[in-house]
Ligand binder design. Structure first.
Ligand SMILES: O=C(O)C1=C[C@@H](OP(=O)(O)O)[C@@H](O)[C@H](O)C1
Ligand SMILES: C=C(OP(=O)(O)O)C(=O)O
Length: 448
């Protein structure tokens, strides 16, 4: 992939209606957790529908380096023979998590209460992202760390030989921080308690319960209080990874902005901690319906039907919804460009510390394509021009950020002139079949 290699410039040209069925790959968050929890279990965990994006492949490789037996059986079917809670061996080499914040932060948590020393690194994007948000709470367990200035990778962690349990209030809305603390708590005696003021994606809690840990969540005035009993024996599971709502966002939004489109995106999880974008699109007046609503593995799932929506209006996106759509703001800003009026997005400071500063990356790129964007430290406003009025025509920098690259390529499908990105390589981290899938619906996306 190009975050370690040559850039892959790409172009997206205005296209006719997008039609057909878009089967998006497995959920990235659940795929990482399946491999990590499988590696911390006793017995063989089998996984179907694993996302085979580079982020997840890097986590698979890491689990192998910690002593788990990870096997790819083909067709998205994988198995992990775990080493049990506290059973991680010391890797012989540096752990390279590539572009993945989820991978590195969850793995740091998982090793922090094992008596091993591990050095972590990543690509230029990951090595610029803040890690103190994870190493600060891990220090409370007794895990030491030393990294570059500002708590950046490469970084070495010395796991606690005699970990103590922790009570920790997460200071930023982050499922990665919450999950790192919970995974560290697995190998500490007694109860580890994590308090989050804003609800973030709850896959770690749900999956830990599925693997047999004693974990409970109480909703209080202080927020969600999550209590985990340490040192359980996790039991291997059979996991069927659902399709990723964050990937579904791209064909859904493409259909909404491209004249004449009608696209079905089947089997998408509507866990309320993930589905904020779809609510927002409906609030803007998008023609997005949920068909065949059902429960799968205890989670709400539906087939999404997205149709061209010429009459959308800009809205104020409620800040309380931010955590449930945090990865979807870049593509929402593209849809907002085709709505009439201003879309205001506030309470989104976290966007500045993702694979790129996503507010800045989108603001600069949208302006170059003829859209007015204002921004401040934790907010931005996009002034939509309505359908048929978005100029396009520019080449944008993707900053080693898959969501920025995909968002601009979707913009090009409905703008008046083609839109290019300097590097589509990072798309392989989360959505390796993006180009073929969008092409199959009728989009004109290619490498230049
Ligand atoms: O826990 C996870 O799987 C993720 C949490 C979010 O990050 P933060 O926890 O930093 O908000 C999200 O942006 C990321 O894509 C996946
Ligand atoms: C923020 C993201 O991922 P990560 O933090 O795992 O790099 C993302 O996929 O949008």
């Amino acid at each position: 992939m190009s975050s370690h290699g040559a850039p892959i410039p790409m172009i997206s040209k205005p296209c006719g209606p997008l039609t057909g069925t878009a089967e998006v790959p497995g959920d990235k968050s659940i795929s990482h957790r399946s491999l990590i929890l499988g590696a911390m279990s006793v017995g063989e965990t089998t996984i179907s529908g694993l996302l085979e994006g580079q982020d997840v492949l890097d986590t698979a490789k890491a689990m192998q380096a910690f002593g788990a037996d990870v096997t790819n059986h083909g067709g998205g079917n994988w198995s992990v023979h775990g080493v049990g809670v506290g059973g991680f061996a010391e890797p012989e080499n540096v752990i390279d998590c590539g572009n993945s914040g989820t991978g590195v932060r969850l793995i740091m948590g998982a090793m922090a209460t094992c008596p091993i020393t591990v050095t972590f690194t990543g690509d230029a994007s990951l090595n610029g992202r803040p890690m103190a948000r994870v190493t600060d709470p891990l220090a409370l367990f007794g895990c030491q760390s030393v990294g570059r200035e500002g708590g950046r990778l490469p970084m070495t962690l010395v796991g606690a030989a005699e970990p103590i349990p922790v009570r920790y209030t997460v200071p930023v809305p982050s499922a990665q921080v919450k999950s790192a603390v919970l995974l560290a708590g697995l190998n500490a005696p007694g109860e580890t308690v994590v308090i989050e003021q804003e609800a973030t994606r709850d896959h770690t809690e749900r999956m830990l319960a599925g693997f047999g840990a004693e974990i409970s969540t109480e909703v209080t005035d202080a927020g969600r209080v999550i209590t985990l009993k340490g040192q359980p024996e996790l039991q291997a599971q059979k996991i069927d990874v659902p399709r990723d709502p964050s990937s579904a966002a791209f064909p859904v939004c493409a259909a909404i902005i491209t004249p004449g489109s009608d696209v079905l995106v089947p089997g998408i999880g509507l866990n309320p901690t993930r589905a904020g974008l779809f609510t927002t699109l409906r609030d803007m007046g998008a023609d997005l319906t949920y068909e065949n609503e059902r429960l799968e593995g205890g989670e709400p799932v539906a087939d999404l039907r997205a149709r061209f929506s010429p009459d959308m209006k800009g809205i104020d996106v409620p800040p309380a919804r931010a955590a449930s759509m945090i990865d979807e703001y870049p593509i929402l800003s593209v849809v907002a460009s085709f709505a009439k009026g201003k879309t205001h997005m506030a309470g989104v400071k976290e966007l500045r510390v993702k694979e790129s500063d996503r507010i800045d990356a989108m603001a600069v790129g949208l302006r170059a394509n003829g859209i007015a964007v204002e921004d401040g430290p934790d907010w931005w406003t996009v002034t939509g021009l309505g359908h048929g009025n978005v100029p396009g025509g520019a080449t944008s920098a993707s900053h080693l950020d898959h969501r920025i690259a995909m968002s601009f390529l979707i913009l090009g499908m409905a703008a008046n002139a083609p839109v290019s990105v300097d590097d589509g390589g990072p798309i392989a981290t989360s959505f390796p079949i993006f180009e073929g899938l969008m092409g199959g619906l009728g989009a004109d996306v290619s490498r230049t």
